[in-house]
Design a protein around this ligand. Structure first.
Ligand SMILES: N[C@@H](CCC(=O)N[C@@H](CS)C(=O)NCC(=O)O)C(=O)O
Length: 240
C-alpha cells in the first residue's frame, strides 16, 4: 500500500489532498516536526533532503511535492486529476514548478531565513523583500484567474489547485504580503477549501484551516529564528 509522510499544515497538505481526491488506498504517517522526526535516520533513508511530502510506493520513495502529485495523477487516471495531453500536462507542471521554485522559496525567506543567511539582521533583510516578490508572483496568478475560470487551468480541477491552495492559505495569514490584493486567488482558495477531500485532509491533519491567522505571540519573531532553530523549537513554523 502507498505510504504518505506529511507534516501537519505544511506544504504536504497539497499532495495529501491529491491522494484523497484520487480514491487511492494509502496509509498516512504524520512526521512530528517538533520532535525532529524529519531529521531522524528512518525518515532520511526515505528522503535524504529531510523534507515532506514523501510518498513511498512499491518501487521506492518519491519526494518533491510536484513529482508526487504528478505520479498520483498518472497512477490513478480514472480520477482525472491532471490532463493527459502532453501540452496541457506541461502547463500543469509549469505552474507547479513555479509554485515550488518561486513562491515557496520566497516564503522560505520569511519562515526559514537560516537556510539562506545567518543572524537576525540578515533575516530581517530577507523578510523585507518577501512582500514585493509575493505580490509580483500572486499578481501573475490573479491574472491567470481573471477570465472567470473556477480552477487555475480552466473549468477542470487539477493537481495545481490544491497546490495553489496551500500557498494562497499562507498568504492569507497576512504576514508575507497583502491577501486583499488578490480577490480571485482568495475565491479560488475558498473553492478548494470547500471540497470534501480538502476538508477530510484538514480534519485528519488536525491543524484546521492553514490560512487562519496565527494568534499574536504564537508566531516567532524573525530575530528569534536562529535561537529557535538551534534549540529545535520551530514547531509552530511548519508550513511555509
Ligand atoms: N522542494 C520541496 C520542498 C518541501 C518542503 O520544503 N517541505 C517543508 C514543509 S513546507 C519541510 O519539509 N520542512 C522541513 C524543514 O524545513 O526542515 C518540495 O517542493 O516538495
Amino acid at each position: 500500500m502507498l505510504k504518505f509522510f506529511y507534516i501537519a499544515g505544511a506544504c504536504s497538505v497539497a499532495p495529501h489532498i491529491v491522494l484523497e481526491e484520487s480514491g487511492a488506498d494509502y496509509e498516512e504517517i504524520a512526521i512530528d516536526y517538533a520532535a525532529g522526526d524529519h531529521r531522524k535516520p528512518e525518515f532520511l533513508r526515505l528522503n535524504p533532503k529531510g523534507f515532506v511530502g514523501v510518498l513511498v510506493t512499491e518501487r521506492g520513495p518519491i519526494s518533491e511535492n510536484p513529482a508526487i502529485m504528478a505520479y498520483v495523477a498518472q497512477q490513478f487516471p480514472e480520477a482525472q486529476l491532471a490532463p493527459t495531453d502532453p501540452f496541457d500536462f506541461a502547463q500543469v507542471q509549469s505552474f507547479n514548478m513555479f509554485l515550488a521554485s518561486a513562491v515557496h522559496v520566497t516564503f522560505r525567506h520569511l519562515s526559514r531565513p537560516t537556510l539562506f543567511a545567518d543572524g537576525p539582521e540578515a533575516a530581517k533583510a530577507l523578510a523585507a523583500k518577501v512582500p514585493e516578490m509575493t505580490h509580483k508572483y500572486f499578481g501573475m496568478i490573479e491574472e491567470q484567474l481573471s477570465d472567470g475560470r473556477p480552477w487555475i487551468h480552466g473549468d477542470t480541477w487539477t493537481i495545481s489547485d490544491p497546490y495553489l491552495f496551500i500557498y494562497a492559505s499562507y498568504l492569507q495569514r497576512g504576514d508575507r504580503g497583502d491577501p486583499e490584493l488578490f480577490p480571485l486567488v482568495r475565491a479560488h482558495r475558498e473553492r478548494v477549501l470547500a471540497r470534501p477531500a480538502t476538508q477530510r485532509v484538514l480534519e485528519r491533519e488536525g491543524k484546521g484551516d492553514p490560512g487562519a491567522r496565527r494568534p499574536p505571540g504564537q508566531a516567532l519573531r524573525i530575530a528569534e529564528w536562529d535561537k529557535a532553530e538551534q534549540q529545535g523549537k520551530t514547531a509552530n513554523l511548519a508550513g511555509s
